[in-house]
Ligand binder design. Structure first.
Ligand code: HEM
Length: 132
């Protein structure tokens, strides 16, 4: 005779996509995953573009001219933002991986966002100086 009703407590894959009631840490994780995948996509694109080197200096110079266009600079900005966020947040996750427990997790995320903004601004400044 069974006294307890069977109850499946596992949320299942559908719950992955349910954003309700999630904290800042969840959104930081989502952004970490998206930027991680974006960086992999960029790496593949980057390797693919390097094939132009085999076509000689003219092909490469033409590409570099395109790469200095305003549209490419905006894309560079997005790339740099994703890279900096992923790197800084990755350090936070590594720190947590050592068993550190954040008493107020939102603080860590806010710190990551602040550092990301500062480093990104510095990086964009340097990029614009070089490209000018
Ligand atoms: C800048 C230095 C970087 C640091 C400190 C870093 C750190 C990390 C850490 C700690 C994780 C595990 C996150 C977790 O436990 O949930 C991770 C995941 C990942 N990283 Fe990085 N990473 C860096 C650069 C990169 C680069 C350059 C790429 C791509 C070329 C990349 C792609 C990924 C991907 C695809 C994941 C898996 C994301 C997921 O499963 O949610 N990372 N990174």
């Amino acid at each position: 005779m069974s006294h307890s009703k069977s109850y499946d407590w596992r949320p299942g894959p559908r719950a992955w996509w349910d954003p309700r009631g999630r904290g800042l840490g969840y959104w930081a994780f989502v952004l970490h995953r998206l930027t991680g995948l974006g960086l992999v996509a960029y790496l593949l694109l980057h390797l693919w573009m390097l094939r132009l080197l085999a076509r000689g200096p003219d092909a490469w110079d033409a590409f570099i001219r395109t790469a200095k266009s305003p549209l490419f600079l905006v894309l560079d900005g997005v790339l740099l933002l994703g890279l900096v966020y992923h790197g800084i947040n990755g350090l936070r996750l590594t720190w947590l991986g050592y068993g550190r427990v954040e008493e107020r997790p939102a603080r860590g995320v806010v710190l990551v966002l602040g550092l990301t903004a500062l480093l990104w601004l510095a990086g964009m400044g340097a990029l614009l100086l070089v490209v000018r």
